[in-house]
Write a protein that binds this ligand. Sequence first.
Ligand code: GLA
Ligand code: ZN
Length: 713
Amino acid sequence: MMKSVPETPRRFTQLLHGGDYNPDQWLNRPDILREDLRMMPLANCNVMSVGIFAWTALEPEEGVFTFDWLDRIIDDLAAHDIRVVLATPSGARPAWMAAKYPEVLRVGPNRVRNLYGVRHNHCYTSPVYRDKVRLINARLAERYGKHPALLLWHVSNEYEGECHCPLCQEAFRLWLRRRYTDDLQRVNEAWNTSFWSHTYTTWEQIESPAPHGETLVHCHNLDWKRFVTDQTVDFMCHEIEPLRQGAPGVPVTTNLMGDYPALNYWKLAPHLDVISWDSYPFWHVGPAGYSTLNSVRDGSEPLWPDRLEAHWGLFVAFMHNINRSLRGGQPFLLMESTPSVTNWQSVSKLKRPGMHRLSSLQAVAHGSDSVMYFQWRKSRGASEKFHGAVVDHAGHEHTRVFRDVAELGQDLRRLTPVAGSATPVEVAVVFDWENRWALEDAKGPRNDGEKRYLATCIAHAAPFWTRGIPFDAIDMDQDLSRYKLVIAPMLYLLRPGVADRFEAFVKAGGVVVATYLSGWVDENDLCFLGGFPGPLRRVLGLWSEEIDALAIGETNAVRFGPGNPMGLSGEYPAHIFCDLIHAEGAETLATYAEDFYAGRPAVTVNAFGKGRAYYHAARMGERFLDDFYGVLANDLKLVRALPVDLPAGVTAQRRSDGERNFIFVMNFNEQPRCVDLTPDGAFTDMITGEAASGALTVEGFGVRVIQGKACNN
Ligand code: GLA
Ligand code: ZN
């Protein structure tokens, strides 16, 4: 039985299809605006995001507002049955504003104020900027809040970056005063400033980290990053307030950027009604493109040596799952993707036939209720004029890209029942922003980028993706009780209460997998005294005494002896990190085979209450992770989208409305693959309407979406 199916409010009753539309760049070309309206229905679009970066068109001079063009655009879109996602313009600002109020511009970590230019170049603290944003947002809400075409607010655009101006320094000190109850001594203790005599004696001495100043006090760095997130959230809430006041009931989103490292998205999520994100995978670029994913390859055999797109498929799957998890499984939106190429990737490779559909439906398979693009029409000048768009500079619909888009729009219409449906999940991988910050900032035991936190989390998720078992990607504070299995690779930093929740989860019958580099520091990046893995020591039943770091190419081996309860056998290579642990109650499943620590435990399991907690002392490769999680998946009877073994490079994902299952079978190989549906009986192909049973062929870079009665296989 499934443990739980999350309640998902059915916000959208159809799948959205459309994208960023910038008529403000074409106001002198009414002929082109007319063409847009002619072609949008041909592309089967039902939504457009307008107003992003349109501040100058809306307020050409301070206090002078020009909404007439936007009135017309929104009315015209509505007349063509196209709903509107309306953006606030704060992602870029007019030149007049920067000239008159220099404080709106950002100051870099080197304390130099930027000149006017680019976008996202603003101070989140600046009272002037906040005033200007509030004013224009209030005007937008007042004018369009009740427009029947308005579907959603799109607040700003891809919040990012930080500002080090005097206003932000002051705000940082205030933030610290709040966090440390106005007690400077507590800051000194948390930051361990007695090291190198860095003790602060007045609040004014504290500044943000700087390349020519402080960079080595880890909790200082951590607190600055926390502050940047909180200040961004504060700014975002400030933006949202007039929208909620002027247009009650209209949902709010902002477009996120996957695993964007500098903002902890879990802090933004509670303030948004809908999560949305912008996805730009590097399809077809070959091994160079996925080298960042290459976490566990050294010293091990790759699972899919020649299936390059599968690596990206897995990476993007993880990103979609983060977005779905951010609001407890609620459907999210794919706010941006490119209909063809980007122009910022090092190689602008065209999508191979089928890839547009595969990449787009992959989002829906993972819980998106939309496929949206950057952008509708290519701009004529400036830095994005060669970025892919639905409408090219040629200006008509007779292009490969337009046809791909139009066909996808048709498919999305046929998939209408999928909108709003849930994704039943039993497995969670913990991917936590603060943990990433602390882990990557730590000096040692590897300083060459080989800690690879994200890639390691993805590697632990891979065995589920290949088996068609959905997983969530959550931070360490989430409720674990809805899962059967929680995997927390390298949980180096533990916030208060986390270990208790892990214990309670395992005690109640849950299964946890943890690894080397766990439980080293507390929320202040101060080492746990008394032995690692700190407060996780009890549930894991072990003590980690030392850790060995291996050079690239160096390996140890982990040996499973006969009769181990997992039924694994033989040796697996270990590399990068080998933790030297003592079992303190945990049972040893495998031992190191080489070096002076040969014979010591390398994989353990601790029975704790009704559940158990596994520990991987060493980093092991894909083959190990696949075998290990294969055993757990069977033991725990984890539900697969289809109860069959899928060919390499093929995955299946399931959404469900409680009565029906919608199963997306996706082939990331260039050649067709066959999936046997026999064991689960009868399905209907949602695109063709035909019955599907027996052998289901999926074209190269193809997707089949089949519908069947909901049942737990
Ligand atoms: C981001 C931005 C868009 C555009 C695209 C280009 O996602 O939000 O405005 O710049 O990148 O890929
Ligand atoms: Zn600032």
